[in-house]
Every structure is written in C-alpha cells, then in structure tokens.
Design a binder for this molecule. Structure first.
Ligand SMILES: Cc1ncc(COP(=O)(O)O)c(C=O)c1O
Length: 356
C-alpha cells in the first residue's frame, strides 16, 4: 500500500512559531489510515491537520482501547533532520497494539509515514538548542458500539508539534514524590503497554503531589508497595558513587523506555557500570541519606535526562546532590543529545536521517 499525499498549497503552509508550548501547537499536516476487518489497513493519507469525526459510541470513548507513541525529530547541526531509533518506537507501538487487541501496523509504512510527514513539515523542526519536533503516533478503536469487546474498526494517525525543554528550567533538578497510597500498574496488567488508561489512572496522584509542590510521582510496585517502578513519563536511574548507574529491572508493569535502553548501552562506553535490579525504596532512601547515591535522574524521550533533586517519601524529603544537577546526569545528557543532534559519533547506528 502506498501513502497518498494531499499537501496544503505552499502559500498556506506555516512554519514553527518562535514561541510555542509543548503539546498544544501542531504542524501543518498529519497522517491517517483506517482499519476494518474486510480490507485491513487502508486509505493511508497525509493531509492537512484536521479534526476527526467519530461516532459518540466509538469504542475508544467508552473502554479506552487506544495506544500511542512519542518520538522526536531533531534539527542536526548540519541542517539535516535526525530521527532517534524510530524502529524501536514502531516495535513498541505494535507490542502495545497486540496487548490491547488492536491490529498491528506495517512497520515500513509507519516509518515511511513519519519520514514523509517530517519532510513535508520540515519548516516545523525547530533549530533552537534542546528543541525538536515531537511525533505522536496514535491508534484508536472506532467501531460504533457500546457492547464490551474488541473493536472491529480502528484509526491510526500521526501528528507532530514542536517541543522545547520538557520541564520548565530544562536540566535543573525536579522534586519527585513517592506514591505511598496510589498504584499505577500491576504485573499481568497493561503497565508495559503505552496505552492511555495507564496515564488516566495516574492523574489523581499526580495532581495530588503537584498541590504539595512536587512535579512528578515515583511509582512503587502494586503488590508489595516496596519496589521502585518508574516516574510519570520517565524511567528512573540511581547513580552510586558517581560511577555505577542502577535502574529498576523491567518488571512487566513498567514501560520499557527507549531512552533507558539507550543509556544502558551508551553508559558503559563512557566508563560507567550499569545494572538493572529490583530496587527497594527503603534501601534507596538509606543510600541517598548516607551519600552512597550521588545522583538520581529520570530518563525519557520528552526530557531526555531529568535530574531529581528531592525525593519525598511519607512526608520526608530526601535531598540528592544538594539539589543540584550532577556531573553524571550532565555527561549522559550531553552525550545522548550529542548523538541526537549529530554532534557526537553515532556508534550504535541509532540515527535515521530524514531527507528532503
Ligand atoms: C510511563 C513511561 N515510562 C517511561 C517512559 C520513557 O520511555 P522513552 O524513553 O521510550 O520515551 C515514558 C515515555 O514514553 C513513559 O510514558
């Protein structure tokens, strides 16, 4: 199947505005395709950004059968455009689809859709430091039926919008609150799929900690409430004595982050030891208090690396590295963003250039 492109006339196209807020400004075009049981995926189209028209009984509104992804296109220093490990996002998209009983997409077509969209909307890839074009592939269940069961019809769409640094203040430490009352996901559930329900389920606790002055929740496992899982939209890493980086193992209820995986591969080439372990919150807090843990940071596509300066558990604040950005966080941020923006050697062949 090929993608039909119906672009706006040149004189109707916009370019990335000087000032934008993440997630509220979108580029000129979008990709869509539909699925039904008879034709499979069909009608692959890139057309001007537009509203969708859905029946109010569409399954997605009632039973949350939906998945999404998040990746970025970076304006390289030579003026080109780089995608970072897009095939990993596509694979995760299809794993999420499978878990949510949704049809998988053709990997090559999905990648071609992303590349064609970015080529068309290249004026939207910002050139500012730390900025990028965020790409949001999504799939929703569209069958108009209220009976509980997997939908027969689906829509797959991809939209893009400029992104600056995710947290106000960029690479400055954030304060994180450990969830001691609420849980995000359970092994055997859908925590390792990128599906909207996981995020809806997290909102109450997130709002609660924001009111207390923290910016993110750190989730613990749902069975014992003892083992560390992940932050709202990031995986979490702990640095021991400036040289050993430890992150929770993939438990089945956390998202297998592509940034996490990239750091596990990249950090050893920079002289760090890395480990994936089951991490007990009490041990971690004791190690922060004793100074054995010298840095804590979240990692994910949106923020890349986000240092954690304060970790609060049961009303007690644990301050990490004097609430300052540590050397390891900065080093890893510089190296990973260096690969993404094309200023560091791409030893792992993670970059796919978009031409046009
Ligand atoms: C819950 C959750 N964990 C971790 C991550 C980090 O994943 P990645 O590095 O692939 O962006 C994300 C972001 O997508 C997320 O939403």
């Amino acid at each position: 199947m090929s993608i039909t492109v119906q672009p706006l006339d040149e004189n109707q196209r916009q370019s990335c505005p000087e000032n934008f807020a993440f997630g509220t400004t979108f580029s000129d075009h979008m990709f869509t395709q539909e699925y039904d049981a008879t034709s499979g995926w069909n009608n692959a189209l890139i057309s001007p950004y537009h509203s969708l028209s859905l029946d109010p009984s569409a399954a997605v509104f009632h039973y949350s059968q939906e998945i999404f992804e998040g990746l970025k296109a970076y304006r390289a220093h030579d003026g080109g455009i780089n995608l970072f490990r897009p095939e990993e996002n596509i694979k995760r998209f299809n794993r999420s689809a499978k878990r949510m009983v949704m049809p998988e997409v053709d990997e090559a077509l999905h990648l071609e859709a992303i590349k064609s969209l970015i080529t068309l909307d290249k004026a939207w890839v910002p050139a500012k430091d730390g900025a990028s074009l965020y790409i949001r592939p999504t799939m929703i269940a569209t069958s108009p039926k209220l009976g509980l069961g997997a939908s027969s019809n689906y829509q797959h769409f991809i939209i893009c919008g400029p992104a600056g640094t995710y947290f106000e203040g960029g690479l400055t430490p954030i304060a994180v609150h450990v969830a001691d009352k609420y849980r995000r996901a359970v092994v055997g559930g859908v925590g390792e799929a990128k599906t909207g329900g996981n995020y809806a389920a997290s909102l109450y606790a997130s709002e609660d900690v924001v009111k207390k002055g923290y910016s993110q929740v750190l989730w613990l496992d749902a069975v014992s409430g003892r083992y560390i899982e992940e932050v709202g939209a990031m995986n979490i890493c702990f640095v021991y004595e400036g040289k050993r980086i430890v992150t929770p193992s993939l438990s089945g209820s956390i998202l297998p982050g592509i940034t996490r995986d990239s750091l596990l591969k990249l950090a050893p080439t920079l002289g760090y030891e890395v480990a994936e372990e089951r991490l007990d919150i009490e041990v971690i807090l004791a190690d922060i208090a004793s100074g054995k843990i010298t840095e804590v940071f979240g990692c994910g596509t949106a923020a890349v690396i986000s240092p954690v300066g304060v970790l609060c558990y049961k009303d007690k604040d644990f301050v990490v590295n004097n609430n300052e950005t540590g050397e390891v966080s900065k080093h890893l941020y510089d190296e990973l963003t260096g690969i993404q923006y094309g200023t560091r050697e791409d030893k792992f062949n993670w970059i796919q250039s978009v031409t046009g």
